[in-house]
Write a protein that binds this ligand. Structure first.
Ligand SMILES: [Fe+2]
Ligand SMILES: [Fe+2]
Length: 255
């Protein structure tokens, strides 16, 4: 149930589908002078992921272990990777490092703040904090500037076993995923705050061409449009609902 796909030159998507929960988990390896793994993955998935990484490179040479927020599928296996890669360090935002990572991790984090850029060799990554998008105070994303790949974690979540990458719109399945989550035990997966639209617009302005989602297909296309469409979907599904009689920017609501 493991699939490996090169989604950009020397950037590999290592995806594990878990049929019991109808969900796939993607981990992204940047095979560069200073190799980066984005999403350490669940600790329980480490024995599955390690040989897959080893087919692509020597895992002891990993240098950066990145993730969006402190959660098991993002960084549960962090220490397992740090143990086999003596030169590796976690790389995350200031809040993540101070609140969780530097206590959990066997090695201190390389701390990034807004718009910090680091290089892995041929690639340059910009850190963009995205508090509570998709969730977590510490959330952030990495944007690779030359290929314009956005490592966007749980944004664009899609349930099921999907194609590795697609250039077709993924908005319908993303909307379905949000609606489905809200209707079941995973309701409130993604909070909606007064910052949500602004955070998504900030990401859109970087003009990503590839959206490397953790759960579901990688999307190739107009990433800015996709992010703006996602902002509308999130507002519609998760945003505050106007009440009958309330006056809003579009007039007085009548049911
Ligand atoms: Fe998450
Ligand atoms: Fe996730």
């Amino acid at each position: 149930m493991v699939h490996v796909t090169e989604i950009a030159p020397e950037i590999y998507r290592i995806s594990v589908f878990v049929p019991e929960i109808n969900l796939e988990f993607s981990h992204f390896l940047v095979r560069d002078e200073e190799p980066l793994l984005f999403h350490a993955g669940l600790r329980g998935m480490f024995p599955l992921l390690r040989p897959e990484i080893a087919r692509l490179m020597d895992p002891s040479k990993l240098r950066h272990i990145g993730f969006s927020h402190f959660e098991a599928d993002e960084c549960g296996g962090l220490n397992e990777w740090l143990q086999i890669a003596p030169g590796a360090e976690p790389i995350c935002g200031l809040v993540g490092a101070m609140v969780s990572v530097n206590d959990f991790s066997i090695r201190p984090a390389h701390v990034l703040t807004r718009d910090d850029v680091f290089s892995t060799g041929r690639y340059r990554f910009r850190f963009i904090p995205t508090p509570h998008v998709p969730h977590g105070w510490d959330a952030g994303v990495l944007f690779e500037e030359s290929e314009k790949t956005l490592f966007c974690s749980d944004l664009f979540h899609q349930w099921g076993h999907r194609e590795a990458a697609t250039a077709d719109s993924i908005m319908e399945r993303c909307k379905d995923a949000l609606l489905q989550s809200e209707a079941g035990p995973f309701a409130n997966y993604v909070p909606y705050t007064h910052h949500t639209g602004r955070v998504l617009e900030t990401l859109a302005q970087y003009g990503p061409r590839t959206l490397a989602a953790m759960h579901g297909s990688t999307y190739y296309g107009d990433g800015a449009k996709a992010l703006r469409d996602l902002a509308i979907v999130m507002h519609d599904v998760l945003g505050p609902k106007a009440r009958d009689g309330e006056t809003t920017s579009i007039g007085t609501i009548k049911s």
